[in-house]
Design a protein. Structure first.
Length: 544
């Protein structure tokens, strides 16, 4: 039985007992973070000298035989950070190393648990992409170069648009271009990558942490929408004003390392070393070789790396380049170029600028929605990928906002078709003779007829991987009106000859005689057990 004295004692000391439990409980437990999430070590120390130049700071993260050593960075106000993206679940320990006594020899641990993250995107199946967990990733990108430098209201409008749009990758600049509206008026910039506010007082030896806090927030917000960020490190477009595109090699190297230290632990980062690299006249390909290698060395997680060309195409065969990021408009105007590029580079091909839908006075921003959508289809049936852009009254590529064009909805329709196709991605079927078809030989065929207006398609397939008795169903796709019409018949092929094989009844699929049509053919039923000789009349052969 509880006495009044005992009850009074309990009331007096209950808060003290609670504090003791808190001190002995959660504080003693390792921090928990999701796999491919971000763990951050935050340290305080003196900022004497110039920590952007003088600092050496890393942390070694260990779990069994796994070992990662990301660089840290100075974040202003005596705060130093090291960020880690754990690639596996379990118990990890860490220890810091620094030439700064306040930061050296610190240690701790973290518990990594499975979550919903898919991990960073990497090259898969030579010409395609997948997340680290194996989930295929098909880049359907868009271009919002300057959205990170807009007002918060404009940023929120952009995010709301992207939430409903079909795009899963966004190309954006890490450093603003010079424009008069960023100097005066409501769009005036108050933060820059370097300390200072104009070319007269920029201190290129010191980064401005407040600027990067904002950029990180934007990258995170895109990540929350499931959007990969193709983050562009260098660009021209300064017009001799700020000097951001004429910085020295020493400044550039520090900038690359600082960007990697801050952003490599974001799972949705792709590194684009430059936009229109050859327009940065004082930098050579050898300079970009060096910057590529810095990214490769200091990014522990191997995020994707490429560079966007102007009038001189960088050598994408170099080992530090993971994929081709191409600006070459003619490559998507006609069939056959993307398959050739695949054979040349043996890497994924992303046509990151194919001109833009718009009404711009500039010739690169005058495409109709029909033409931009057509170029997407030409890229995809070539086994490559493409990136959208829009230059209408709202100026999407420069600052985001809302989409006013007619192509995004059709690009979203294409994305659904592609993602419902072969898991390994689309590949050219017979690229030397049948340039408008991709898929998986023997299983899946996607024909695109561009602006041709065929009225019929004889059911004839390239012979690769085919066997007598295979059966197929077909769908007629109107890529502009976004309709899929099943063909009622089931087709069956005969004995495969040397090049092409037809339906055993030589049937023909009627097409509507309109532009922008496609045909999807998929194998159905069980695989035939044997392949006897072909019945007469079912063979269609080439001459040689």
């Amino acid at each position: 039985m509880t006495t009044p004295l005992i009850r009074r004692f309990a009331r007096l000391f209950a808060p003290l007992f609670a504090l003791l439990l808190i001190a002995c409980g959660p504080a003693a437990a390792a921090e928990r973070v999701e796999r491919w999430g971000m763990h951050e070590i935050v340290l305080k120390g003196k900022d004497a000298g110039n920590p952007f130049i003088d600092l050496e700071l890393t942390a070694t993260f260990k779990r069994g035989a796994e070992r990662y050593q990301p660089e840290g960075f100075y974040d202003g106000n005596g705060t130093y950070r090291v960020r880690f993206m754990p690639p596996s679940a379990g118990e990890w320990t860490w220890t810091t190393h620094s030439n700064h006594p306040d930061l050296d020899g610190k240690s701790g641990s973290l518990t990594v648990v499975e979550g919903t993250n898919k991990g960073p995107v990497r090259v898969a199946n030579v010409h395609h992409f997948a997340h680290a967990d194996g989930t295929p990733f098909r880049p359907f990108g868009t271009t919002i170069y300057e959205w990170a430098f807009q007002s918060e209201a404009k940023k929120r409008e952009t995010l709301a648009t992207l939430q409903k749009a079909p795009f899963n990758k966004a190309r954006m600049l890490a450093v603003p271009p010079w424009k008069p509206r960023y100097i005066d008026g409501p769009d005036k910039l108050t933060q820059f990558p370097f300390v200072g506010t104009s070319r007269d007082d920029f201190d290129f030896s010191r980064f401005n942490p407040a600027y990067f806090h904002s950029l990180e927030r934007d990258v995170k917000r895109l990540s929350d929408l499931g959007i990969q960020v193709d983050l562009i490190l260098f660009r021209p477009y300064d017009k001799g004003q700020w000097g951001f595109d004429t910085t020295s090699d020493a400044v550039n190297q520090r900038f690359v390392r600082y960007m990697v230290a801050r952003f490599a632990a974001f799972q949705n980062i792709w590194w684009s070393l430059a936009n229109e690299n050859s327009y940065i006249r004082h930098l050579t390909d050898e300079d970009f070789d060096r910057y590529f290698q810095i990214v490769q060395r200091y990014d522990p997680y191997g995020h994707l790396r490429s560079i966007h060309n102007a009038d001189r195409i960088y050598d994408y065969n170099k080992p530090w380049v993971t994929h081709v990021s191409l600006q070459y408009y003619n490559a998507v105007k006609v069939f056959g170029v993307s398959p050739m590029l695949r054979d040349m580079y043996r890497k994924p091909i992303v046509h990151d600028e194919i001109n833009y839908e718009g009404n711009s006075p500039s010739r690169w921003g005058q495409l109709s929605g029909e033409e931009l959508t057509r170029r997407f289809w030409v890229a995809l049936v070539g086994g490559a990928y493409a990136t959208h852009g829009e230059v209408l009254e709202n100026g999407w590529i420069s600052g985001g906002g809302h989409l006013a064009g007619t192509s995004p909805e059709r690009i979203g329709f294409l994305r659904k078709i592609v993602e419902a196709g072969p898991k390994g991605g689309l590949a050219p079927i017979d690229q030397l003779f049948v340039m408008n078809a991709a898929g998986q030989a023997g299983e899946y065929y996607l024909y695109y007829f561009s602006d041709d207006k065929p009225t019929a398609f004889p059911f004839v397939l390239p012979v690769k991987e085919l066997r007598k008795g295979m059966k197929f169903k077909a769908d007629i796709i109107d890529t502009w009106n976004m309709t899929v019409t099943p063909v009622p018949e089931t087709f069956e092929i005969g004995e495969p000859p040397r090049y092409r094989v037809a339906d055993v009844k030589n049937r023909v699929i009627a097409l509507p005689g309109k532009p922008y049509m496609a045909l999807r053919i998929q194998r159905v039923g069980d695989m035939p057990k044997s392949a006897p000789k072909q019945a007469p009349g079912a063979i269609v052969e080439e001459e040689l």
